[in-house]
Ligand binder design. Structure first.
Ligand code: G6P
Length: 365
């Protein structure tokens, strides 16, 4: 097993470390010259009035990030739902709906059932999968592989960042189809993407520092993750990762919603992890963070060098990520969230790759 783990102690550690490489491969697969090349039969987003995205677990959070991208970059209206709700609530779907299913395994029973529902309503079925020999891939009109390679750890890591990458490319394509993006803007976005693997290496290089923070986090009973905009779904994913493998109760919240409930939980024993790259919402996130600190909360601020200069004062700890174009921050900041969960689980001595009660792929309802 040591060989398969490539010298890592767990598959999860190996899969986290692989992200710069697999993401680079995925990009190489989808980028041709100065444009995006999608698999055939292709898509024209001008044919659709709206997009619905359906998935479970981590894949669902990738969809929520993508909603921000599709709306902001392409002006497309997007609805996201978890498959187990979507399949039973009889949502109105028609031929001008693009139905997008995201699944690492391609076999999740609820996601497959939601796909069949949309197929019955004559929607265009597109899937974003890792396993291309899967039921969801087979039953789709168009399959976009994420090319992450086999993912063994039950907690999804590299599949998440590769899902995000493919969904970002799709949002760019939608913007091109809908004439919302000039060629030079497309090129700038693609260049930014090409720099991501390098930035990810910087994030991974901080694994030791993250492990030290994770040791204290592992002693907490409850942990809050906060973010705004596309960092909000990342807060949800960070909390999911932590609870899945360390069994610590964690919740992700939109920073602006803090005052409507979760702030009641804050005291000096609750680590509050604030995911805050310096984007246009940074100041608002910081003011929410200060509300936490004013109530004695211990804040772990994850930000870039500029954000740390502006806001690290009074924080319990600060983790500094390299500067990244704000639109791509959810992909980069997934890594410290994964590493934090990983090291907290290792510190607690849980079964990181096979956490209790969870399965890699849920093929029964
Ligand atoms: C299970 C796994 C999660 C995964 C979810 C959806 O709960 O433990 O890691 O995100 O299923 O799986 P899928 O294969 O559809 O992405």
């Amino acid at each position: 097993a040591q060989v398969e783990k490539g010298g890592h102690r767990h598959f999860m550690a190996k899969e986290i470390a692989e992200q710069p490489t697999v993401l680079g491969d995925a990009l190489a697969h989808y980028l041709r010259g100065d444009g995006i090349e999608l698999p055939q039969p292709g898509l024209d987003f001008a044919d659709f009035d709206r997009v619905v995205m359906v998935a479970c677990g981590t894949a669902n959070y990738a969809c929520v990030v993508a909603k921000y991208w599709f709306e902001q970059i392409a002006g497309v209206s997007v609805e996201v739902d978890i498959a187990s709700e979507f399949r039973y609530r009889e949502p109105p779907i028609g031929p001008r709906t693009l139905a997008l299913f995201v699944s690492q395994s391609g076999e999740t029973a609820d996601t497959l059932a939601a796909l069949r529902y949309c197929e019955g309503k004559a929607a265009k079925i597109v899937s974003v999968v890792n396993v291309t020999e899967s039921s969801i891939a087979r039953e789709s009109d168009l399959v976009l592989p994420i090319r992450a390679g086999a993912e063994i750890g039950v907690a999804s890591t590299k599949a998440f960042t590769c899902q995000l990458t493919v969904l970002f490319l799709l949002a760019l394509q939608a913007a091109v189809d809908r004439k919302r993006l000039e060629p030079d803007e497309l090129e700038a976005n693609l260049n930014n993407l090409r720099h991501l693997p390098g930035l990810m290496n910087f994030a991974i290089a901080q694994s030791g520092e993250i492990a030290a923070v994770a040791k204290s986090v592992s002693e907490a009973r409850d942990v809050l993750f906060l973010g705004r905009g596309a960092m909000f779904p990342l807060a949800l994913e960070g909390a999911l990762k932590l609870k899945e493998i360390s069994y610590i109760h964690a919740e992700g919240y939109a920073s602006g919603e803090l005052k409507h409930g979760p702030i009641a939980l804050v005291d000096k024993t609750v680590p509050v992890i604030v995911l805050a790259p310096t984007d246009n919402l940074f100041d608002k996130t910081v003011s929410n963070m200060q509300e936490v600190m004013a109530r004695g909360g211990k804040v772990l601020l994850v930000t870039d060098p500029k954000g740390a200069r502006a806001a690290a004062d009074g924080c319990w700890k600060t983790l500094i990520m390299p500067e990244v174009p704000p639109v791509l921050a959810p992909i980069l900041y997934a890594l410290p969230a994964q590493l934090l969960a990983y090291h907290a689980a290792v510190a607690k001595g849980t079964d990181v790759d096979q956490p209790r009660n969870l399965a890699k792929s849920v093929t029964v309802e």
